[in-house]
Design a protein around this ligand. Sequence first.
Ligand code: SF4
Length: 386
Amino acid sequence: MKSHVDDRLNALRGSASRRPYNARSLAALENNPRCTLRALLDASGSDKAAIAARTGHPSPFGQSAFAFARGNAFEAMVKDNGCAELLRVLRETLGLTLPEVAYLDLNDVGVAGDNSKGDRNRNRRDHTARVLLQAARGTGDGTLFDHPMLHLQVGGEDAFLEPDLVAFRIDGRFYVVEIKSFPIIDGQAAPMQVRSATTQACAYVLALRALLTKEGIDPETVSDTIVLVAPKDFTNRPTADFVDARKQVAALTRQLARIGRISDLVDLLPEGLTFDLDLDKDQRPRRPAEELVAAVEQVPATYRPDCLNHCEMAFFCRARARAEASLDVLGPAVREQLGGIDTTTMALGLARGQLTPTADQSDTAAALRHAARLRAELTAMYGGAA
Ligand code: SF4
């Protein structure tokens, strides 16, 4: 059964090499769990950015060189000298009692002598597991673990995850630390950025819990409270806060279970469907764009405005949703308000009295006509500015 699903997923991806899951792609599952297209693109390891570009809707992602350098410099500063600044923040800002600290950098272990990235990842994963398990059993001396390599099986595939820093261990519990370069101003950070950072951290929490569970250690030994470290106000000085990630951990757990049933989605695909870009020897796509668009459009997608924050296919899916006059373009709040109405065309027709509502639509239709009247009156009073 598994090989049938694997064959189908490999055929979907085509000739390109597999893109493995990472914390960001896992986090995106939690952001839009209903999207079949995203689930299949990720499970098949397809290159979403390349596919989006070939369809004429290149990805909005990618940090500027300046933002990238700034983020790296901030992280290096926080971790300098065995994480001296991080320790100061944990003690002074969060009031944690960390009397003696043993700092372990797991970054370079297993690199020498290995000849493939997969080998390096596996060696680092094994070393990380040894060190963290010793710490969990109280037989190791680590307190701060820098650059661990964690691992999750997702839909039968290896996902290697590399947190900025896992944890410190305090009172017998591990905490995941996320170091980000967006500012915390007056104790507040942009909610969207916090959510994105903590959702990625949830993947690390689950990977750590999976490691401990396999060895018979209580998974609750890993906290689902994330420690977010970021610049304070407009300075480069770090501050920190706790973020409760219980709901996000639970949601991501559900989505990962759904990936396990990717076979259900695969079985619904039309025979012969592929997202293959037909790359030439210089990795340039040869497949005609119209043919690729037609293939992608055969898979249902559930576009939402916040796809723009987390999915490389966002511009493509937004254009598709607009072309279908889908209410999804306006977001879940509008979708909910207009329950029973499927398209913007239908909503406008009801608002203008050009369509007769069904019994289910009558309340919503009355509200739409009322809103249209108000808008017309305001436009008459204030002109185009209303
Ligand atoms: S952008 Fe498209 S593929 Fe990505 S999650 Fe949104 S709807 Fe799904």
